[in-house]
Write a protein that binds this ligand. Structure first.
Ligand code: PXG
Ligand code: PLP
Length: 448
């Protein structure tokens, strides 16, 4: 295949100069794998950045999208509407925890986060509490790249240069302490049994400092995905829920990664037994086949906003492509696939094997921590001295050369296989990751 010119496309979240000197182009995909421009097969160990739970090019989804493009290619949902968006919202509401049954559709996780924050501000104001404009997020949280999302997000590099445009926010500590690296605690399987009290600082530090009456909402990922799979201790999310309820704060779960099956239930709220006031989703909802996201809102919050003059929009917010017909068609087909192929159940069945397989990497050179939940795991390497992230990046590149796509936030390699993987597929991914870790060990030496 003739390689396209690479100069004009400014790639997102990518070291552009490095990529363009050594391009890694994929040209097609099927099931669990991509095919590269030079004809090699590369296993998708990230489910396409957490999107492709049902595997690539699922025929059911492809057919639904083809039918849709031949019927109604586009209609906005401003003032008119099309059936797909209504049907999708009804079905998502039926799958969500009881009480959460109103759905605002957007095109990405970032838009979902900004939308939820606007709903929280509007909700406070509608109740005569306009002073509630502070948001609480968590260090090492990721909520996309909108100005709302980076405000509650806790990743320094995503915030450093955008300071003055951020919303008022404070942050909980992460549920993972790097001081544990290399200790037995660093290799806990699934949810740690200790540490629920990390949630208490919401009350003892943050509410004590700002007062609950100034806080609009608390936003957390059920587990932090983008910063290397940081798993909440047993009871932690329930404590956040209890504190929010006690002080009248909205609790928002960012389920952009966990929504639609990653933890073995439709939502982490169900897998972990804690019900928030809003759920953000994106990614897996359409199996990545079209950009789609959304916010599932509690009836109580929604109904508070259904007021004002009847001829005016109740929420002055929306995107041109909110509920795009093609994206809705993809998502409706994906919901069929999740149900008919019992994908959440397959995740539950595969998870114990996945856990054993990834923890077998504990003896690979330089591994200082392994964390896992559902079909997600982070394998953390000791950094090269004075160059954090370098070893992770080198290992990710080595894995790609060997035929595995993984992701390396910092020095953690993330594995998140599609839900359709078999135990043998998981073993193959883990073997490739081990070989890549050994490659870096040879080329970069033993870390400090
Ligand atoms: N919230 C969460 C929890 C996410 O993981 C977003 C919001 C933003 O979604 P959009 O669709 O605007 O990108 C995300 C996105 C990684 C990785 O390497 C994860 C994401 C994006 C890019 C890379 O884990 N998650
Ligand atoms: N910029 C301009 C000039 C527009 O007209 C619009 C939408 O109409 C936007 C930005 C916002 O685009 P979107 O609705 O796709 O977020």
């Amino acid at each position: 295949m003739k390689q396209p010119a690479l100069d004009a496309f400014w790639m997102p979240f990518t070291p552009n100069r490095q990529f363009k000197s050594e391009p890694r182009l994929v040209v097609s995909a099927q099931g669990l794998s991509y095919r590269t421009a030079d004809g090699r097969e590369v296993m998708d160990g990230t489910s396409g950045l957490w999107c492709v739970g049902a595997g690539h090019r699922h025929p059911r989804i492809a057919e639904a999208m083809k039918r849709q493009i031949d019927t109604l290619d586009f209609a906005s949902n401003f003032q008119v509407g099309h059936p797909g968006a209504f049907e999708l919202a009804e079905r998502i509401a039926a799958l969500a925890p009881p009480g959460l049954d109103r759905v605002f559709l957007v095109n990405s996780g970032s838009e979902a986060c900004d939308t939820a924050m606007k709903i929280a501000l509007a909700h406070a104001r509608a109740r005569g509490e306009g002073q509630r404009n502070l948001f609480v997020g968590r260090e090492r949280g990721f909520h996309g790249v909108g100005f709302g999302g980076i405000s509650v997000g806790g990743m320094l590099n995503n915030r450093r240069v955008f300071g003055s445009a951020m919303l008022r926010a404070d942050h909980l500590r992460p549920t993972w302490d790097p001081a544990w690296n290399g200790t037995p605690q660093a290799f806990v399987r699934g949810q740690p049994q200790t540490g629920a009290e990390l949630a208490d600082e919401l009350e003892t530090r943050i509410i004590a400092l700002h007062d609950a009456s100034n806080i609009a909402a608390v936003i957390v990922e059920p587990f932090a995905g983008s910063t290397g799979v940081l798993v909440p201790p047993v009871g932690y999310l329930q404590r956040l829920r209890d504190i929010c309820t006690r002080h009248g704060l909205l609790l928002i779960f960012d389920e952009v990664i966990t929504g639609f099956g990653r933890l073995g239930k439709m939502f982490a709220a169900q897998a972990l037994g804690v019900v928030p006031d809003m759920i953000l989703f994106a990614k897996t909802v359409s199996n990545g086949a079209a950009p789609l996201g959304g916010v599932i809102v509690s009836r109580a919050v929604h109904d508070t906003l259904m007021q004002g003059p009847a001829h005016l929009s109740e929420l002055m917010h929306g995107y041109t492509c909110s509920g795009h017909p093609l994206a809705c068609a993809a998502a409706l087909a994906m919901l069929d696939v999740l149900d008919e192929e019992a994908l959440p159940q397959r995740v539950r069945e595969l998870s114990p094997h996945f856990e054993r397989a990834v923890h077998s990497l504990a003896d690979a050179p330089g591994v200082v921590s392994i964390r896992n939940i559902g079909l997600a795991a982070g394998v953390e390497l000791a950094p090269n001295p004075g160059a954090p992230g370098e070893r992770g990046n080198a290992t990710q590149c080595a894995a790609f050369d060997r035929g595995l796509l993984t992701r390396a936030p910092g020095d953690t390699l993330v594995l998140a296989p599609p839900f359709t993987s078999t135990a043998r597929d998981v073993d193959r991914m883990v073997d490739l990751l081990r070989a890549a870790i050994q490659d870096t060990h040879r080329t970069h030496g033993t870390p400090a």
